[in-house]
Write a protein that binds this ligand. Structure first.
Ligand code: SF4
Length: 1018
């Protein structure tokens, strides 16, 4: 780009070496000798280049451990070979006398850090901020697209970033934009006239080339430089200005690793003035994958040095079931738990042997699991990974705000928003909307769950306008006093959602990007509720600072380089991308266990290593694709090929197998997100692993509470033990949570326990809400609510109008009133659902409606109807079973018909099939309760003669009786005994994962918290 303006400095004579080592332990020794070994003064003028900041951290500790803890003394021959004549540890120090107190460490940096170090003499050179760079590239891209050639794709933020990646890759591969245009043109021009794919690629390449040139011009006009301009300036520096005289390269090249050095980096290191020594250190395994050949091409004068070093002790391979080389867990959580148990079972390693490593290919979710599981096992641990800022809780909160705004106040995003502990929109403090309306009640988790249910029942998917309508209608209903308490509670949460939606409304339409960023920053600042104190507060404040800075940098960049109008659909992906690429160190530690990525682990000195997550797609990690060009064109432009990358990854894995000094464990799992995953291909090829083996020693599991809302049990029995639930393993038998006091049982809850005790535990003990499954059309629950409301209202009004039983003569009047009630109540459901529900209730040309079927049923009954009792509350103590054992119960019977012969008929409405309900206790227990409840009503006793379901599902009899005069005594005795059996089990605290039918699990709202996959094994 600007190289023509800069005079090249004379090339300094330098020593270029390649140190070949047999394994990672000796690789670390060679790095130590070449960086720490010359002299303290020289160490400060040496940079060791590593793949990442986490690798730098690990290597720093390893160098200190080697010198200060293990007091390693190299052989004279190695000292001479690597010129480490001032190595800080002498033989006399090994016994403890005269030990070194400190060592001078070299600069240990990733690629970026190397450029920063080299650029120190350039002083206040204005290097463009990465966010400003994306904004500038986006502005340039838009200008070029407007003037032509136009791109065949929309200029989304992610594509602008991909354009810059391509631009950087070209320059780092020492190619120019002219090279790019010429190579792509030559390859595609001939086919473009008949191949639409080739024509599109050509169009794309022309746009990219024009945008790259325009970017160069815009950058120069702004008086800024990027990495490539910086490289030109570094090559023009005078000898003596460079702060480094020696560089040790401990990363491979780009062909072997995405963190490796590019051709332009090697060019810089071989030409920058003042650098006297360039040392590449690599294992034989890696060199054998083609790296050696490439190095000899890149550094033709390189001097090859074979390093003997001290061989490390061979580790013992921990084996699993039947001596298997791989320890296989159910999922990642179980995998980390098994690791924790091995750590607890093993003797702590000696200080000179190093720490214990859990090595992964990707930090998430291992860092989260480590916090949860290792914490539960009381294992001290530390993480050295820098995570994407997006993994921080505050970034997750920002993401939820963006999702809510982009989805126009969708229910799912709204519930997520209100469930975020770091955000508040309840108007109790920092009201984001500035609405000084009615005072707000504090928002509780219960209100959010109630809103989720009520909005789902109202078929609310999203839309600020519809939310406003719903809230207004619910308020009217509450004012009329005809609403269940859940809706009352839900309204508090819906008000909070409306406040959030109002505050974020400006983001919906296009406005200048800087103004949108300002609005978002203001909403976040107003809604933020930081943790009160402690480490989480400190972490939150750091993340908040990073995100505020990011918003501010983006705002300034837009103001400087053009401020296009954007709406939330562009703003959200832009911010997500920025949070994704910015890294953040969570600062966990120090601890015995190091949770570390594979590239960094190679630099560590460890007693025990577990290579975790050995599954397909992670070992080896799948390589990303270039979004603009196919691989054949990329190859011509100097891109590495997949075969080289795969061979190098395998060599690095093989090196890791010999990293630990005491034990090695290979760990995999079979399930991820309920899908089966395949093991890594590396595991099929372990024959060459000749390590001694020993069965893995597993410590006992640590029982700890399920990670859900705290369990509060009022008035616990004296012998009550705290609830314990093994998180990482399903209970082998009944799951015990300790004795529980007797309560007034909801009859539906008894049936829930019989359906699956764990469902009862989740719903009635832990108080969890069921997952709401999104359904097309009205959900079964919402339809049931509507049908109940229609019949209740109809019979209320029918009785109030002076009518009694519905006989053949009364049918026309009943039909008319029923149709009127239906039309009124249909207004409470979304318009799109009304035609279907109307046909269901009132009938169509092909089928009678529910009303007609119910009325015909009633008209066909021989007994005289004395009274019809609706929505009968059955709360109290009732004698159940043959022995009349008392039990406190609560429930509501839909309808009880009192008949002329002193009997009663108990009816429950069911929108589904009655055959599905025959085994339920509900109607049978209500029948027993009704006899007690109505004793003396209208001056007499009542005996249940019939109880059953008026079932509106197809393919069933309309009325399914579960009690008849003939079966009454037997059914009441049996159902009473069953109800007591459930209460006894609940009071004993027994809640196994035991569905009555595995089919139950398909529709269970607690599947997410249930270890049901073990059920079939028992
Ligand atoms: S998913 Fe199955 S086993 Fe688990 S709670 Fe639900 S019904 Fe019970």
């Amino acid at each position: 780009m600007n190289s023509t303006e800069l005079a090249p400095a004379p090339i300094t004579p330098r020593r270029t070496r390649l140190v070949r080592v047999p394994d990672l332990a000796r690789w670390q020794q060679a790095i130590a000798l070449t960086s720490v070994g010359a002299s303290p003064f020289q160490a400060r003028r040496t940079a060791v280049v590593v793949p990442s900041a986490s690798a730098a951290d690990v290597l720093r500790h390893t160098l200190e451990d080697l010198c200060l803890v293990a007091r390693w003394v190299p052989a004279d021959a190695d000292i001479t070979a690597l010129g480490a004549l001032d190595w800080p540890v002498r033989q006399s120090m090994r016994e403890g006398d005269d030990a070194p107190l400190a060592i001078a460490l070299p600069h240990i940096v990733a690629r970026d850090g190397l450029y920063r170090l080299l650029a120190e003499p350039l002083g206040a050179l204005t290097r463009i901020d990465p966010i400003a760079r994306e904004v500038l590239a986006g502005a340039v891209g838009r200008d070029v697209a407007a003037a032509g050639p136009a791109p065949p794709f929309p200029l989304r933020p992610a594509l602008v970033a991909a354009m810059l990646d391509l631009y950087d890759a070209l320059h780092r591969n020492r190619r120019t934009v002219d090279d790019f245009e010429r190579l792509v043109g030559t390859a595609l021009e001939s086919g473009a006239s008949f191949d639409r794919g080739a024509a599109r690629l050509l169009e794309e390449a022309r746009f990219l080339a024009a945008a790259f040139r325009a970017y160069d011009v815009a950058l120069a006009a702004a008086g800024l430089v990027d990495e490539h301009g910086l490289r030109d300036r570094l090559l023009a520096l005078e000898a003596g200005a460079t702060p480094l005289t020696s560089v040790v390269v401990a990363v491979p090249d780009l062909a072997a690793s995405p963190d490796g050095l590019w051709p332009a980096d090697y060019d810089l290191l071989t030409r920058v003035a003042g650098l006297e020594s360039l040392t590449v250190v690599a294992t034989e395994a890696l060199l054998g994958t083609g790296y050696l050949t490439r190095l000899l091409d890149t550094l033709p004068d390189v001097e090859l040095v074979a390093f003997a070093g001290d061989p490390p002790p061979a580790p013992v391979l921990a084996t699993g079931v039947s001596g298997a080389a791989v320890l296989v867990s159910r999922d990642r959580e179980d995998e980390v738990e098994a690791f924790a148990r091995r750590v607890r079972a093993a003797a702590p390693p000696g200080p000179a042997d190093g720490a214990i490593a859990l090595v992964h290919q990707r930090p998430l979710p291992y860092l989260y699991l480590a916090r949860q599981v290792l914490g539960a096992y009381d294992v001290s641990w530390q993480a050295v990974d820098a995570l994407p800022l997006a993994a921080e809780p505050w970034a997750a909160a920002v993401d939820v705000v963006l999702t809510f705004a982009a989805s126009d106040a969708s229910r799912a995003a709204g519930v997520a928003l209100l469930s975020m502990p770091l955000l508040q929109f309840d108007g109790t403090d920092g009201d984001a909307s500035g609405d000084a309306g009615a005072p707000s009640r504090p928002l509780t988790a219960d209100a959010v769950a109630a809103a989720d249910r009520e909005l789902a029942d109202a078929l609310f998917v999203g839309g600020r306008e519809r939310l406003i309508d719903l809230a207004a209608r619910w308020r009217e209903e509450i004012a009329r006093g005809r609403v269940r308490s859940r809706r009352h509670r839900a309204l508090v949460a819906v008000d909070a959602l409306l406040r959030a939606a109002d505050a974020l409304a400006p983001l919906a339409g296009p406005r200048p990007a800087s103004a949108q960023l300002e609005t978002l920053a203001a909403v976040l600042a107003a809604a933020e509720r930081p943790p009160a104190a402690g480490a989480s507060r400190e972490r939150h404040l750091r993340a908040r600072g990073a995100i505020r800075g990011l918003l501010e940098r983006a705002r300034e960049a837009y103001q400087r380089f053009g401020d296009p109008p954007i709406a939330i659909d562009e703003l959200a992906p832009l911010l997500r991308r920025l949070m994704e690429v910015q890294t953040f160190s969570p600062r966990v530690g120090p601890g015995l266990v190091h949770v570390v990525d594979a590239a960094a682990a190679a630099f560590g000195r460890y007693a025990d290593v577990t290579l975790a997550g050995l599954i397909e797609g992670e070992w080896p990690a799948s390589s990303g694709r270039n979004v603009f060009l196919p691989s054949n064109l990329l190859k011509d432009l100097g891109w590495p090929n997949d075969a080289d990358r795969r061979a190098a990854a395998r060599a690095m894995f093989d090196d890791l197998l010999h990293l630990p000094r005491r034990s090695l464990a290979l760990s995999s799992f079979t399930l991820e997100d309920d899908a089966i995953v395949r093991g890594s291909a590396y595991l099929e090829d372990l024959d060459a692993l000749t390590l001694a083996t020993a069965p893995a020693t597993i410590g006992s599991p640590a029982p700890f509470a399920l990670a859900v809302a705290p369990l509060t049990i009022a008035a616990a029995a004296p012998s009550f033990r705290p609830a314990r639930w093994p998180l990482a393993a399903a209970p082998p038998g009944p799951a015990e949570v300790g004795p529980r006091p007797a309560i007034a049982y909801a009859v539906t809850a008894l049936d829930r326990y019989r359906s699956c005790p764990f469902k009862y535990f989740a719903r009635d003990v832990l108080g969890l809400e069921e997952d709401v499954v999104e359904e097309a059309g009205l959900s079964a629950r919402a339809r049931g609510t509507l049908v109940h409301a229609v019949f209740q209202t109809f019979f209320d009004e029918w009785t109030a109008a002076g009518h009694a039983a519905i006989d053949a003569a009364a049918l026309p009047a009943a039909r008319t009133l029923f149709a009127d009630v239906v039309d009124r109540l249909l207004r409470t459901i979304p318009p799109s659902e009304r035609p279907i529900e109307r046909a269901l209730l009132l009938g169509s040309a092909v089928a009678a409606g529910l009303g007609e079927r119910a009325f015909r049923f009633e008209a066909a009954q021989p007994q005289t109807l004395v009274a019809r009792e609706l929505e009968v509350k059955l709360d109290g103590e009732y004698a159940l079973g043959a022995e009349g054992r008392p039990m406190r119960l609560r429930g509501t019977a839909d309808r009880i018909d009192l008949l002329g012969d002193g009997t009663l008929r108990l009816i429950d409405y069911k929108t589904g099939k009655a055959s599905n309900a025959r085994d339920l206790l509900q109607v049978k227990i209500y029948g027993a309760c009704a006899e007690t409840h109505l004793h003396g009503h209208l001056g007499r006793t009542w005996t249940v003669a019939e109880a059953g379901y008026l079932a509106f599902g197809r393919g069933d009899d309309l009325f399914a009786a579960v009690i008849t005069p003939e079966t009454r005594a037997e059914v009441l005795a049996e159902s009473g005994a069953q109800a007591h059996a459930v209460a006894d089990a609940v009071e004993a605290g027994t809640f196994p994962v035991a569905p009555d039918d595995l089919f139950t699990c398909n529709f269970c709202g607690f599947a997410a918290v249930c270890r049901k996959d073990y059920v079939g094994d028992e």
